[in-house]
Design a protein around this ligand. Structure first.
Ligand code: 13P
Ligand code: SF4
Length: 313
């Protein structure tokens, strides 16, 4: 790592950003300092749109690998760098491409319409008919052909929430986010008892038992608008802790309480938290680590992403 004092680090990143003609995109779960320096902070859907329309030569993507990979898929001529290449995702890991391919082959007679949550690898996207995010999953499922069974991968919790919302039956891959399944009915009931007037806002990756306790279940982006427009003052936010940075910055007149897990006062995604200002600095300086993928996989993965972007306009 190149030695840059903490004092000058932000200035140095901004200087490099201009020198490299780059744009910094950051997910809502990133640490506060990264969110503050980013050109755009949003959910995976907003970030996919921003990546697609990016004009800069370099996209510095502060999020997890599948998000940066999506940026490369939709805007392949750009250099896409990520501060830490090890920033993975437990949902992505729960559905390896070869396993999905074997499953589809074994069940070819079913003629599945495959909807993949964006939290998956390019290999899985390449095997899918349409991608969705938590922000548009209901819309995407409603637009799916009525005469074909749906296989929804890899998040069973998001999948079952979408089934509740749409009434459409789907076969669900048994994956889960290791962060969101840590919230429990008891941990959320306990924090509700501490803050009796607070509204509970939960991400759909949470389990059914936790979603049942929520006043609103929505994507990270929709949390911002919901809390802003609600007459309530206090909110228990049942998702990864970085979300509170965004909420506190954009809805400063309200009070946000992190949802506790069964064993911790808040929930951190260890992958999201691998990115730091220092690593972002080095990624812009060295233009590494880069996100690359084979062109044939990229092309096949692009189709279902573009279908999603079109349907969700
Ligand atoms: P959003 O698309 O709602 O930002 O969620 C992404 C994610 O990884 C949730 O754990
Ligand atoms: Fe993946 Fe969960 Fe981390 Fe989101 S919070 S990036 S779903 S491991």
């Amino acid at each position: 790592m190149v030695a840059v004092t903490a004092f000058s680090l932000k200035d140095e990143i901004l200087r490099l950003k201009t020198e490299r003609n780059s744009v910094i995109l950051a997910h809502n779960y990133q640490v506060r300092e990264i969110q503050e320096i980013a050109d755009f902070v949003g959910d995976s859907l907003g970030l996919a749109y921003k990546a697609k329309e990016a004009q800069a030569d370099v996209i510095a993507f502060c999020g997890v690998h599948f998000m940066a990979e999506t940026a490369k898929i939709v805007n392949p001529d750009k250099i896409v760098v990520i501060p830490d290449l090890n920033a993975g995702c437990s949902l992505e890991q729960s559905c390896p491409g070869p396993q999905l391919e074997a499953f589809l082959k074994a069940n070819a007679a079913k003629n599945y319409y495959v909807i993949a949550y964006i939290n998956c690898s390019a290999a899985v996207k390449a095997l899918s008919d349409c991608i969705c995010t938590s922000g548009n999953a209901v819309k995407i499922v409603e637009a799916a052909p009525k005469d074909r069974p749906i296989l929804f991968v890899p998040d069973q919790n998001l999948g079952s929430w979408v089934m509740e919302q749409t009434g459409r039956k789907m076969d669900l891959w048994k994956g889960a986010c290791y962060v969101h399944v840590e919230f429990t009915r008891d941990s959320i009931n306990a924090i509700k008892a501490e803050h009796p007037g607070a509204k509970v806002v939960a991400h759909p990756e949470c389990t059914y038992a936790v979603r049942m306790l929520a006043d609103e279940v929505c994507s990270t982006e929709k949390m911002v608008g919901w809390c802003r427009n609600s007459p309530a003052k206090d909110f228990i936010i049942v998702t990864e802790s970085g979300m509170l940075n965004r909420l506190e910055r954009e809805v400063p007149d309200k009070n946000f309480i992190p949802g506790p897990t069964g064993h911790c006062r808040c929930a951190d995604c260890r992958y999201m938290k691998l990115n730091t200002l220092e690593k972002l600095h080095d990624a812009l300086l060295n233009l590494r680590p880069r996100v690359e993928l084979p062109e044939d996989v990229r092309r096949r993965a692009e189709k279902p992403i573009l279908r999603m972007l079109e349907l969700s306009k």
